[in-house]
Design a protein around this ligand. Structure first.
Ligand code: ZN
Length: 146
């Protein structure tokens, strides 16, 4: 369906309550043309294991993310508590992103994650890479606990 920059419908259908989380990314990053929001098992599980953020470091696959050219990189994926008050959640995300403009993805606890890119292919590549890296961090956490 089509919505405007404020999340209002441009056709007869009703947008998801989460549309505001998409439009806030487009507002913050004018060069972004695709925002994806998978209800991913790995992101959901990771949000149960890690509290404030997942730190991704020293993975070759980090190079799948925009503007990263070496495994010697550190990517912070913040985790925000889920909230049925989407305007409130969007404000929280926007405040974080204003302080951390290089954020490439964020997780909503017990829910899923958001990532984006200049084009749909870029956003899809980010989804695939982050799914893989979240899975590794979950496994690593299990190894460290045993
Ligand atoms: Zn959702």
């Amino acid at each position: 369906m089509l919505i405007d920059a404020d999340g209002q419908a441009l056709d007869t259908r009703r947008p998801s309550a989460e549309a505001l989380l998409h439009t806030s990314i487009y507002r913050l990053h004018p060069d972004v043309n695709a925002v994806l929001h998978p209800h991913s098992p790995n992101a959901t599980l990771a949000s149960r294991l890690f509290s404030d953020a997942i730190i991704l470091e020293d993975y070759e696959l980090l190079k799948a993310l925009d503007n990263i050219t070496t495994h010697e990189s550190r990517v912070v994926v913040p985790i925000f508590p889920n909230d049925q008050n989407i305007p409130h959640l969007a404000l929280r995300v926007e405040s974080y992103m204003a302080l951390h403009p290089d954020t490439r993805a964020y997780i909503i606890a017990g829910h899923g994650f958001y990532t984006w890119g200049k084009q749909l292919d870029d956003a899809l590549r980010h989804v695939e890479a982050l799914e893989f890296l979240f899975d590794l961090e979950i496994r690593l956490h299990g190894v460290r606990q045993s």
